[in-house]
Design a protein around this ligand. Structure first.
Ligand SMILES: N[C@@H](CCC(=O)N[C@@H](CS)C(=O)NCC(=O)O)C(=O)O
Length: 205
């Protein structure tokens, strides 16, 4: 049994969808960041960084970093075929774009959401937010150009696409539809998957 420590609308959404689509047995431990549930001493033992998602594996070990969870689940539950074979060129491209999203887009979203953490000067907070917004959009635009369609690598939906569905959920939907129609269509297709639809509603309404 997998145990996912997650919070509504957070980075745990993609891991929850990946678990559901992989047919894994899992349960969610609600760790609402809005209510400060991640700031307890107990949760610090689970993730010293005090962030969600955190994932307990069936052997009781715990991992953090959502993008690493997506890669791990692809390999641990290969029957779901949510990533190209390890070692293949297609897998290299898959991992490349998944990490691209984690270190650029997700990180940029954190600068938007927690702008005060990125400056010592209260007057600088708004600037952090607006530059992060432009940064996130620039990286969505880069991704838009490389999407083969309908999914990032072509016909097969992968963990990278599930991760992108989550990132797309955090975007201004009007901007996304106008500037990144391939991302908007990919996210809509994943949202309509019967296993993802209820998860989408919980996280994005
Ligand atoms: N690098 C981590 C980032 C995780 C992260 O920033 N999670 C946010 C929610 S999306 C969080 O827990 N925020 C609460 C806080 O930092 O106080 C990952 O990719 O999993």
């Amino acid at each position: 049994m997998y145990v996912l420590y997650g919070s509504t609308g957070s980075g745990s959404a993609s891991v929850e969808a990946a678990l559901a689509l992989s047919g894994a047995e899992y349960r969610i431990v609600q760790t609402s960041t809005a209510e400060g549930k991640h700031l307890t001493e107990d949760f610090k033992l689970i993730n010293p960084r005090q962030q969600v998602p955190a994932l307990q594996l069936p052997d009781s070990s715990i991992m953090t970093e959502g993008s690493a969870m997506m890669l791990h689940l692809a390999d641990a539950l290969p029957a779901a075929q949510l990533a190209p074979l390890p070692g293949s060129s297609a897998r290299a491209q898959h991992d490349r774009w998944l990490i691209f999203m984690a270190v650029n887009i997700y990180e940029g979203e954190l600068r938007k959401g927690y702008s005060d953490r990125y400056t010592d000067n209260a007057d600088g907070i708004e600037g952090v937010k607006t530059s992060a917004d432009a940064y996130v959009k620039r990286h969505h635009a880069i991704l838009e150009e490389v999407i083969v369609g309908p999914f990032i690598l072509g016909q097969q939906m992968t963990m990278a696409d599930i991760y992108l569905w989550m990132l797309a959920g955090w975007m201004d939907q009007e901007w996304l539809t106008v500037h990144c129609p391939k991302i908007a269509a990919l996210a809509a297709a994943i949202r309509q998957n019967p296993l993802v639809a209820p998860i989408h509603t919980v996280h994005f309404g």
